[in-house]
Design a protein. Structure first.
Length: 200
């Protein structure tokens, strides 16, 4: 099977995968979200986790809404990312039930000035959106680098770090992503089909 993108070109992969995501119907997205949640809830590390960072899906991203609802029902603390008002290019995290605003990209997020912020090191699991991934933990995002900058210190100090898990549709997997020095590797990826464990 020939691919319709250049595996050595990040922007080519990004464009192709965003197009593929845009072809999914709302029904397909919801079914994928349900399938994903079933796999997430079988993971022992998720069952132990209490502070869980998720995201509000945008641009056809794998939607963690079912995971969010089930986790809330089981008493877990759900946090969402916001653009940090004090550290340019970084994310901060706040409870999902507080006041929200639209950020400069038009994406809804907790208002970082009207919510109690939770330090990233207090998170047990961070679920991250992505455009493409490989089985080595490589993640291609939208290109803003917000997650990479926020968690770059984890590459040096792995103690007490949150587990970084990418969420994706299975078709977003590629053989090997071109990785840059600033890319923070994932600890695992979960799709609507299976869980990929990169590190324990």
């Amino acid at each position: 099977m020939t691919t319709e993108y250049d595996l050595s070109d990040r922007s080519s992969i990004r464009q192709f995968m965003r197009h593929q995501r845009s072809q999914l119907s709302p029904q397909q997205q919801l079914q994928a979200a349900r399938n994903l949640s079933q796999i997430v809830f079988t993971q022992p590390w998720f069952q132990r986790a209490q502070n869980i960072a998720l995201y509000l899906a945008n641009d056809g991203e794998m939607d963690p809404i079912v995971v969010m609802e089930k986790a809330r029902y089981r008493g877990k603390s759900i946090l969402l990312p916001s653009l940090s008002p004090t550290k340019n290019g970084h994310l901060c995290f706040a409870p999902d039930d507080g006041p929200q605003i639209k950020n400069k990209f038009g994406i809804l997020e907790p208002d970082p000035r009207r919510n109690t912020l939770v330090p990233a090191k207090q998170l047990d699991v961070v679920f991250m959106p992505l455009v493409a991934f490989d089985e080595n933990g490589g993640r291609l995002g939208m290109g803003g680098g917000f997650y990479d900058r926020t968690f770059e210190s984890l590459k040096q100090n792995s103690l007490n770090k949150p587990r970084l898990i990418g969420l994706a549709h299975e078709f977003q997997k590629v053989e090997k992503l071109p990785i840059e020095s600033w890319d923070v590797p994932l600890d695992g990826i979960i799709t609507d089909i299976k869980a990929y464990k990169v590190k324990t």
